[in-house]
Design a protein around this ligand. Structure first.
Ligand SMILES: Nc1ncnc2c1ncn2[C@@H]1O[C@H](COP(=O)(O)OP(=O)(O)OP(=O)(O)O)[C@@H](O)[C@H]1O
Ligand SMILES: [Mg+2]
Length: 635
C-alpha cells in the first residue's frame, strides 16, 4: 500500500508515461505497429527513481530567500550557461565586423579573394551561432527545470513543517498561489530570463567596446545622447513596476483564495442562495486583479516605446554626425556602415533588456512573496538537542497551563490536570470552554504560553515531535480523509501494515458492515475528502485510523458525536477493548460517553472546575451533577 503521487499528476511530466508503462498499457487492442512504437518510446524513457528527499521539521535554511542565494548552489550550471552565451553572442556579433572588412578591403579595392574569405567566415560564424544557440536553449531548459523542482520542494517542505497556527492564520488560497502562480513567475525568469539577460548584457558590452574601437568620437556622442535618458526612464520604470507587480501577485492570491473558498463551500453557498452574491464578489476580486495587471502593463507600455524613441533619435543624430565625418574624410563608408549596423544591434538588446526587465520585475515580486513565506518560523519548533521520547507508560500532566491563540487573550487559565497511565479521562464542558484546545496542547499542536505539558515527566518541548506523535493517536473533531482507498486512509500512520490488520482495525470500530457492503471493500475509493461517506462513517474511519497506529495515548475529540446511539454503543464497547491499558482523553458532549470514563474533568472558562468519578461528581452536586440531572430527565 503506498501513497505515491498519482499517475499523471500536474508536475508528473514524463514520469506519468513511465507509470503507465509499469501498470501495463491502459487499453487492449492497440495496432501492433503502434504498440511497437509505443514500446520503443517507453523503453527510451529515462528511469524515474523515487527521490529520497531529506526532510527535517527543525533544520531548514533560515537565511532570507534571495535570488542570488538561491542560485548560488547552481554556480557551476550557471557558469556553463554563461559560457555558451558568450560563444553564441560572439559568433552573432561577427557579422557587422565582417561586413566592414568586406566593404573596405574587398569591394572598395575590388579584391575578390578577400570577399571570398569574408563570405566563408560569415557562413562559419552563422553555423556556430545556430549550433550553440540550440545547445544553449536545451541546456538552460534543463537547468531551469532543476531550479523549479528544488524550489517547489522547498516551499512544500516549508508548508509541511509549519505549525497549526500558520494554516489558521493564512488563507489556503494564498498559500496555493505561492506554490503555483508565484513559482511560475519565477519559471519564466529561470527558463529564459536570466540567460537572455546575460546574452543581451554581454552583447551591449561587446558592441560598446567595438563602437569605441571603430570610432572614439562617434561612440562618445552615442553614449552621451542615449545613456542619460535611458537611465532616467529605467529608474522610473523600476519603482513603478515593482509596485505594480507586487500588487498583481497580491491580487492573484485573492482570486485564488476566493475561488478555492467558493468551491469548498459550494454546499452552503447553494443552500443559502448566495450564488449571485458570490459572483459579484468574485467579479470584484477579479476586477482588482485586472486593474493591477492593467497598471503594470501600462507602465511597461510607456517604458518600451519611450526607450525606442531615444534609440531612433540617437540613430538619426549619428547618421548626421557620421555622414559629415565621411564627407570630411575622417571616416570610411565601411566604418560608418558598420557603426550604424552595430548601433541597430546596440538598440536591439536594449529593447530586449526592457522586456527582460519586465520579466525580472515579475519574478522579483514573486521572490519577495516567497521570501516572506519562507521566513515564517514554525511556532512549535523542535529544539536542536531534543531527545527521542522513549516508549511511554502514558502519564499525562498539564501543569498550570495558560494558553491563548492570540496574544493577550488566554483561552486556558492556569489549567492543571493529571492523567495516570492507562486511565481514561473524559473532558466535558460547554461549547468554547477550551476542550479541543486541551487536546491540541497534549498533541503539541501548540505550546503553552505558561506552565508545561508533560508525558511521563518529559516536557513536550524537550522531545522530538516525531517520537512524540508516533505514540499518540488523535481523532480530531473534524476528521479528514485523503484521496485514496479506505484501506490507505486507515493505514495512514502505518502504511506497511498488512491488509488483515487493516481489516481488523476496521471491524473493531464497527466499519465491518460498510466494507462488506462495498464491492471493492477496503479498496473502495474515498472521494474528495470523504464526501461519498456519511459523516458518521467518516468518524469511524478516523477512529479506525487512530486505533490502527496502536498508540500508547489516545485523544478523542468528539469522536462519536455524529453516530446514532446504537452505533455509539457498539463503539463504546470497542473502545473499552481498545483503551484497555492505554491512556485516553475523551472529549464528549454526550454524558453517556463521559460516564464510562474512569474520571471526568469538567472544563469551563479555561479551567478544570470539577474532577472525579461519575459517582463522586454526582454526589458533589456541582455543575456535572446538574448536567447529569438535565440529561437523565430528558432520556
Ligand atoms: N485557531 C483559533 N484561533 C483563535 N481562537 C480560537 C482558535 N481555536 C479556538 N479558538 C477559541 O478558543 C476557545 C476554545 O475553543 P475550543 O475549540 O477549545 O472549544 P471547545 O471546548 O472544544 O468547544 P466545542 O465543544 O464547541 O468543541 C473558543 O472561544 C474559540 O473561539
Ligand atoms: Mg471542541
Amino acid at each position: 500500500m503506498s501513497f505515491g503521487p498519482p499517475a499523471g499528476s500536474p508536475f508528473g511530466g514524463p514520469s506519468a508515461a513511465s507509470t503507465s508503462a509499469a501498470a501495463g498499457l491502459p487499453f487492449a487492442g492497440m495496432p501492433s505497429e503502434l504498440a511497437d512504437r509505443a514500446e520503443r518510446i517507453l523503453a527510451a524513457e529515462p528511469e524515474h527513481i523515487v527521490a529520497e528527499v531529506p526532510f527535517s521539521a527543525a533544520v531548514f535554511d533560515r537565511e532570507p530567500f534571495t535570488l542570488r542565494r538561491f542560485l548560488r548552489g547552481h554556480r557551476l550550471g550557471l557558469l556553463g550557461a554563461v559560457a555558451l552565451v558568450v560563444f553564441e553572442t560572439l559568433s552573432l556579433q561577427a557579422g557587422p565586423l565582417l561586413t566592414q572588412i568586406g566593404l573596405d578591403r574587398g569591394v572598395a579595392p575590388g579584391n575578390l579573394e578577400v570577399l571570398w574569405w569574408v563570405g566563408v567566415a560569415y557562413f562559419v560564424s552563422v553555423v556556430l551561432n545556430v549550433v550553440t544557440s540550440a545547445w544553449r536553449v536545451a541546456y538552460t531548459g534543463r537547468l531551469s527545470e532543476r531550479l523549479m523542482y528544488e524550489l517547489r520542494l522547498r516551499v512544500f517542505s516549508h508548508f509541511q513543517r509549519q505549525s497549526l497556527d500558520f494554516f489558521t492564520g493564512e488563507k489556503a488560497g494564498r498559500l496555493m498561489t505561492r506554490m503555483t502562480s508565484d513559482i511560475e513567475a519565477l519559471s519564466a525568469l529561470f527558463q529564459d530570463g536570466l540567460v537572455s539577460l546575460a546574452v543581451q548584457g554581454l552583447t551591449l558590452v561587446i558592441i560598446t567596446v567595438v563602437l569605441f574601437v571603430l570610432n572614439l568620437k562617434l561612440a562618445i556622442v552615442t553614449l552621451l545622447v542615449v545613456l542619460p535618458s535611458m537611465g532616467v526612464l529605467t529608474l522610473w520604470f523600476r519603482g513603478a513596476s515593482e509596485r505594480g507587480y507586487g500588487r498583481v501577485r497580491d491580487r492573484i492570491a485573492e482570486v485564488l483564495s476566493d475561488l478555492s473558498e467558493s468551491l469548498a463551500g459550494i454546499r452552503v453557498i447553494t443552500a443559502t442562495n448566495r450564488q449571485q452574491f458570490n459572483v459579484i464578489q468574485h467579479a470584484n476580486v477579479v476586477g482588482e486583479h485586472r486593474d493591477a495587471n492593467l497598471y503594470a502593463s501600462t507602465v511597461g507600455a510607456i517604458y518600451g516605446p519611450a526607450n525606442e524613441a531615444v534609440g531612433v533619435v540617437g540613430q538619426a543624430m549619428l547618421l548626421l554626425i557620421g555622414g559629415r565625418m565621411v564627407l570630411n574624410g575622417t571616416l570610411t563608408v565601411g566604418e560608418l556602415f558598420a557603426f550604424l549596423l552595430y548601433l541597430t544591434s546596440f538598440f536591439a538588446p536594449i529593447q530586449q533588456l526592457v522586456q527582460l526587465y519586465n520579466t525580472y520585475q515579475q519574478g522579483q515580486a514573486a521572490v519577495l512573496k516567497l521570501r516572506d513565506l519562507l521566513a515564517t518560523e514554525p511556532s512549535t519548533v523542535e529544539r536542536m538537542d531534543a531527545a527521542t521520547l522513549p516508549p511511554i507508560d502514558g502519564r499525562i500532566e498539564l501543569r498550570n497551563v495558560t494558553f491563548g491563540y492570540d496574544a493577550g487573550q488566554p483561552v486556558l487559565h492556569g489549567l492543571s490536570l493529571t492523567i495516570e497511565p492507562g486511565e481514561t479521562v473524559a473532558v466535558v464542558g460547554p461549547t468554547g470552554a477550551g476542550k479541543s484546545t486541551v487536546a491540541k496542547l497534549v498533541t503539541r499542536f501548540y505550546d503553552p504560553d505558561e506552565g508545561a505539558v508533560l508525558i511521563d515527566g518529559h516536557d513536550l518541548r524537550d522531545v522530538t515531535l516525531h517520537s512524540l506523535r508516533r505514540q499518540l493517536g488523535v481523532v480530531p473533531q473534524e476528521p479528514f480523509l485523503f484521496n485514496g482507498t479506505i484501506g490507505e486512509n486507515i493505514a495512514f500512520g502505518r502504511p506497511d501494515a498488512d491488509p488483515e490488520e487493516i481489516e481488523e482495525s476496521c471491524r473493531l470500530v464497527g466499519l465491518g458492515d460498510l466494507i462488506d457492503r462495498l464491492d471493492a471493500g477496503l479498496d473502495s475509493l474515498v472521494h474528495e475528502r470523504g464526501s461519498s461517506l456519511s459523516s458518521g462513517e467518516r468518524q469511524l474511519l478516523a477512529l479506525a485510523r487512530a486505533f490502527h497506529a496502536r498508540p500508547r495515548v489516545l485523544v478523542l475529540d468528539e469522536a462519536t458525536s455524529n453516530l446514532d446511539l446504537l452505533t455509539e454503543s457498539v463503539i463504546e464497547r470497542a473502545l473499552d477493548v481498545v483503551l484497555e491499558g492505554r491512556t485516553a482523553i475523551v472529549i464528549a458532549h454526550r454524558l453517556a460517553t463521559a460516564m464510562r470514563a474512569d474520571r471526568i474533568a469538567v472544563v469551563d472558562g479555561g479551567r478544570v472546575i470539577e474532577l472525579g468519578t461519575h459517582e463522586d461528581l454526582v454526589a458533589a452536586g456541582g455543575v456535572y451533577a446538574s448536567m447529569y440531572d438535565t440529561w437523565s430527565a430528558h432520556s
